[in-house]
Design a protein around this ligand. Structure first.
Ligand code: FAD
Ligand code: DLZ
Ligand code: SF4
Length: 512
């Protein structure tokens, strides 16, 4: 063997940098399912099954291109359980002249990779991951000397860099951002198109059995498997999104409906994150839909912004702040996660619905993650590290580089505002405006305090009051603190004692 090309589970792209110049007659591909990766958190069963099945199908795709693929399955008898030991075993058995890899997306794995040069005694070439539009070096240069890392300015640079929705130097439609036309609630719609489902093929069924047998106690059930696991099927899902959902993507982006967990969302993050879909190609397809008159600008701009703006920005923040970002805890919050995070058994209809969807699908959309579970976690003072671990476990698209800044920075404000200019905190009124959850809830969203009142209401004010020292200087919260100060001592007290009664129940494990 000339080069041994080691491809990780989230590197399933034909354009992968480690495959540049690869020659099937001389080079060998190594892929392995390892227990170390499968257990660093207790991943949802659907997440494990999706990844292993996508890896196995990718190995077949490369074999069809003539490559020799050394593929180590999780239950192979000689599987030594980690990337490093599997690399060493492969080297001993295949005697390559050098090792080629694409940089790992996560700090934990990249730091192991950086030690390989010393331990394998062969040349190890670590190549940049060119599937991102902005390299980590470029992001660091962008961030240097800036007082605030505002996503919107970063996004404009990415629009200029890619030329997406640009007329020369000017944004298409005369504005960079059309979100003022978005953020509408949604109504149930029996005629809304359905997202593609992909029934498991024989190879996936084998993986489902493996996962069920090896990880019986992890969240979820392998019975609900419907992910695409091949590039062809992922592309089908992408085409379906552009045809059926993109035209309405913007308007209902922030809406939530109990009976429609997916609304007009893409359900493509899983495929993008493992490399089955190319983010830039997807944006170009969305742009085409706009120029062909199939989808309006507010929708297409919003979709493109999520990908070349948010997704790239989040990755930049991750590499700027790691290691150490994962233990950020600005509010010194320490409450453990309540058991209902794993069962959905709570009387709060919003939390129950989102968590149960999560258990069933290993998916929840952005506003559910941010304004329901994330918001509750921050208001209730849950330990942000534990919250981070939960998100990393339960969502099929969760890899630390993308999950961590979204959780620690955006949703928990645990980095003290490095990323977000104010905490995404809201009382029940927000959830009630953007969803229909409250209609079926035991709690009453219009009551502020007391046993029947929506817990988010008192928790919201209690959160502001107990963190006044760290937050009251934030000018974006000035109005809220002014409202708090205008309340009578009695009202303030009622909020605080309602919140503490609720938190007391959380702490003693009573049903809430
Ligand atoms: P859509 O809503 O249809 O958006 C289209 C695409 O935009 C997504 O596929 C995704 O690639 C990209 N995107 C949108 N928002 C973000 C964002 N904030 N960060 C990165 N990419 C974005 N996304 C993950 O991929 N993995 C995670 O582990 C993850 N954890 C999150 C945790 C929290 C607390 C929050 C608030 C957000 C998280 N996100 C995560 C971002 C976002 O919620 C998901 O990307 C999105 O819900 C995926 O579903 P979709 O494909 O239907 O997305
Ligand atoms: C998430 C994950 C899991 C659960 N298992 C594997 C695996 O067995 N083999 C593998 O190559 N990759 C796995 N992954 C994805 C890796 O964790 C991911 O590629 C690294 O974190 C690099 O970012
Ligand atoms: Fe959630 Fe409160 Fe509405 Fe119940 S009333 S669904 S707890 S926001």
């Amino acid at each position: 063997t000339r080069n041994l090309i080691f491809i990780l589970g989230d590197q399933l792209s034909l354009s992968l940098s480690s495959l540049k110049g690869a020659d099937p007659t001389q080079d060998m591909i190594l892929m392995c399912e390892v227990v170390e990766e499968a257990t660093y958190v207790e991943h949802h069963k659907l997440k494990l099954a999706f990844l292993f099945s996508a890896m196995r199908h990718f190995a077949d795709e490369m074999r069809a291109k003539g490559f020799c693929v050394r593929y180590v399955r999780l239950d192979d008898r000689d599987n030594s359980g980690s990337f490093t030991t599997e690399l060493l075993r492969a080297i001993a058995e295949t005697s390559p002249r050098s090792i080629i890899v694409t940089e790992a997306a996560e700090w934990r794995v990249l730091s192991a990779m950086e030690d390989w040069q010393g331990s394998v005694k062969l040349p190890v070439e670590v190549r940049q991951d060119t599937r991102f539009i902005c390299s980590t070096t470029e992001f660091k240069a962008w961030a240097k000397d800036r007082k605030a890392l505002t996503m919107e300015y970063f996004y404009r640079d990415m629009r200029r860099k890619t030329g997406l929705l640009m007329n020369g130097d000017h944004p298409e439609g005369g504005r960079w951002n059309f979100d003022s036309e978005n953020r509408k609630p949604a109504k149930p719609d029996l005629f809304r198109p359905k997202h593609h489902v992909f029934p498991p093929d024989a190879a996936t069924q084998e993986v489902l059995a493996l996962v069920e047998r090896t990880f019986p106690n992890n969240m979820g059930s392998t019975e609900n498997f419907s992910f695409a696991v091949t590039r062809t099927d992922a592309e089908k899902a992408a085409d379906g999104f552009i045809r059926d959902f993109l035209p309405n993507f913007g308007e209902t982006q922030d809406a939530m409906l109990a009976e429609e967990p997916f609304l007009n969302h893409a359900l493509l993050s899983f495929y993008i994150n493992v490399g089955l879909l190319d983010p830039l190609a997807l944006c170009r397809a969305a742009e085409r839909a706009y120029f062909e008159g199939h989808a309006p600008l507010n929708a297409v701009e919003a979709f493109i912004r999520q990908i070349i703006g948010w997704r790239e920005y989040i990755r930049g923040i991750y590499w700027l702040k790691m290691p150490g970002y994962e233990t950020s805890n600005f509010f010194a919050a320490s409450r453990p996660l309540p058991d209902f995070f794993w069962s959905g058994e709570t009387d709060m209809a919003c939390m129950s619905t989102v968590i149960k969807h999560t258990i069933t699908h290993a998916y929840a959309h952005h506003i559910q993650r941010l304004m329901v579970v994330g918001n509750f976690s921050m208001l209730a003072g849950l330990d942000p590290y534990a919250v981070h671990r939960w998100y990393l476990e339960v969502y099929a698209d969760a890899y630390e580089w993308v999950e961590l800044p979204n959780v620690i920075g955006m949703s928990q404000f645990a980095d003290g505002g490095f990323m977000a200019s104010k905490p995404y905190a809201a009382g029940g009124a927000y959830i009630s405006r953007m969803s229909n959850y409250c209609e079926s809830c035991r709690y009453d969203v219009s009551q502020k305090t007391g046993e029947k009142a929506c817990p988010f209401n008192a928790l919201y004010w209690d959160f502001l009051a107990r963190n006044a020292e760290s937050l009251s200087g934030n000018h974006r919260l000035a109005q809220m603190y002014a409202s708090w100060r205008r309340m009578s001592a009695g009202t303030q007290q009622a909020y605080r004692s309602s919140a503490s009664a609720f938190l007391g129940k959380l702490d003693d494990g009573s049903r809430v």
